[in-house]
Design a protein around this ligand. Structure first.
Ligand SMILES: [Zn+2]
Length: 229
């Protein structure tokens, strides 16, 4: 274990950031380029990598004030967000001590703190959905079915709300990918009929990408097999 940790540590480096809330500089662990091997893209369009999962390192946490967000949105703060965070921040914040190599449990802990900050800064609901889905993915990695279902349910509900309230791209997703993801979440929380319906509508669209088309076909096969068994 110790040796494995040392080997994983060599794949990481300290990246510098400036906090948009307290304006101080700090460092956070990131994976060096070319230090992961792509294995596959799973049904939830999550890239699986060896020997480190990049999404375990997507959460950035300021050492000075504690502000935490996913890398996609860390800098995307407007005046309203900054005010809301500053009002809620702990003035006596002590940085959390994490080891260099993050276990699934640590990654989940960090995403949950990012979710808390998304909540207090009153971010777009899609940001919360994105974080919840990441938490569900990692619960899946450690076979925690209860946690996986709880956070997939949040992700499904929040993305459904975002679909009504927000404009595309939503968390970098165009509409086809977004709807595919909603079908995936519906499936994960036990709503197979909705998943089937959405995929049926998507597959006949003319602007569907080849990658997504392949995934839809794979997904429909899984749903068919589920029905037969
Ligand atoms: Zn800060």
């Amino acid at each position: 274990m110790e040796q494995k940790n040392e080997e994983l540590k060599e794949r990481l480096y300290d990246k510098s950031y400036t906090c948009p809330i307290c304006n101080k500089n700090f460092k956070a662990k990131q994976i060096k380029k070319g230090k992961t091997i792509f294995v596959e893209m799973d049904l939830g369009l999550r890239g699986k990598f060896k020997p480190i999962m990049p999404d375990y390192y997507y959460v950035i946490m300021c050492d000075n004030c504690g502000y935490t967000a996913v890398s996609k949105t860390f800098d995307k703060t407007n005046g309203k967000h900054i005010k809301a965070i500053q009002k809620n921040i702990n003035k006596n914040y002590h940085p959390k001590n994490y080891p260099d190599v993050y276990t699934p449990e640590i990654a989940i802990d960090r995403y949950k703190i990012a979710l808390y900050f998304a909540h207090i800064k009153q971010s777009d609901i899609s940001e919360k959905a994105y974080i919840a889905q990441k938490i569900a993915f990692i619960y899946g990695d450690i076979n925690n079915k209860e946690g996986e279902l709880e956070y997939n349910t949040h992700a499904y509900n929040w993305y459904s709300e975002a679909y009504i309230e927000e404009k595309f791209p939503i968390m970098d997703m165009e509409e086809n990918q977004f709807l595919y993801n909603l079908a995936y979440l519906a499936y994960k929380i036990g709503n197979k009929d909705e998943a089937k319906k959405t995929l049926g509508k998507l597959i006949i669209k003319k602007d569907i990408s080849n990658v997504l088309k392949e995934k839809i076909e794979e997904f429909r096969d899984i749903l068919r097999n589920d029905e037969e068994s």
